[in-house]
Write a new protein. Structure first.
Length: 130
């Protein structure tokens, strides 16, 4: 589904965290809605940047998570500053989740990257035990 079919459009307010499926649904791509159809996010091709909602969605269904109201004004400013600095993407140390959390002023982490790292270590241990 594309951006024309976003569920609960009334929740699409500045500061909302947006997610969409990526890599066949194995992971989720995350961005921060800035308002006026703009989304701050981080991609391997462009690093931290601002794009349109349609570019972010890539014809996928978007999920919307509201952000605590007091965090929003500073997050919108930080997101624009981060986009201007254009830090490059790194799947393990600075991906889309890191970028959004940095903009929100939260602990900069990526639960998805952590989960895949742990799964990789478990797989290696199991393979070595054979």
């Amino acid at each position: 589904m594309g951006t024309n079919e976003i569920a609960a459009k009334n929740h699409l307010i500045p500061g909302a965290v947006l997610t969409r499926p990526k890599a066949g649904g194995l992971v989720e791509h995350e961005g921060l809605y800035l308002g006026n159809g703009q989304v701050f996010h981080n991609t391997p091709e462009r690093g931290d940047h601002i794009s349109t909602l349609s570019e972010f969605a890539r014809n996928q269904r978007i999920r919307i998570r509201r952000t605590e109201g007091r965090l929003v004004p500073a997050a919108l400013i930080r997101a624009r500053q981060l986009a201007w600095m254009n830090r490059r993407y790194d799947v393990a140390t600075y991906n889309c989740q890191h970028s959004v959390r940095k903009a929100l002023g939260c602990t900069v982490e990526s639960p998805q990257a952590q989960g895949w790292t742990i799964a990789g270590f478990v797989f290696l241990l199991l393979a070595a035990a054979r």
